[in-house]
Design a binder for this molecule. Structure first.
Ligand code: SF4
Length: 132
């Protein structure tokens, strides 16, 4: 199974606990979150709309309909891609291991998570320590 995921969604998946824009979005994200934990899943990373965006009510013509928001999330994706150092495909388990190593403090995600509306509910962000 191959998934296409935008950079910042790699972090969001780690923090996912059932919140989302509507029922379809949550259902789809739940399926993707299960798939990304399987040992034979391949992930292609991107800075544009992905398999999670596919069920988003705000997606219009393959972009977030709010232009400012669209630019902001592309910037968030690029922060993750820059730290990963490439845009290639990864085995999902190895990719998420790498994500854990790179993004291990609140400081390390400040440019990505700083303005996120889900920050209070996000287990990934809430588990990061403040002190490095
Ligand atoms: S705080 Fe927001 S942007 Fe950051 S990982 Fe969590 S859901 Fe994603």
């Amino acid at each position: 199974m191959k998934l296409i995921l935008r950079g910042h969604h790699l972090l969001c998946l780690k923090g996912f606990q059932g919140y989302g824009y509507n029922e379809d979005f949550v259902k789809n994200m739940t399926v993707i979150n299960d798939l990304r934990k399987q040992t034979d899943t391949i992930i292609e990373i991107t800075d544009s709309s992905d398999d999670i965006c596919a069920s988003c009510p705000n997606l219009k013509n393959s972009e977030c309909e709010n232009k400012t928001q669209n630019e902001r999330i592309i910037m968030m994706d690029r922060q993750v891609l820059k730290r990963l150092g490439s845009t290639e495909e990864y085995n999902s388990i190895e990719l998420f291991k790498k994500i854990d190593e790179i993004f291990d403090t609140r400081e390390s995600v400040s440019k990505i998570c700083g303005n996120c509306k889900w920050i209070e509910q996000c287990l990934f962000y809430q588990k990061l320590s403040n002190n490095r």
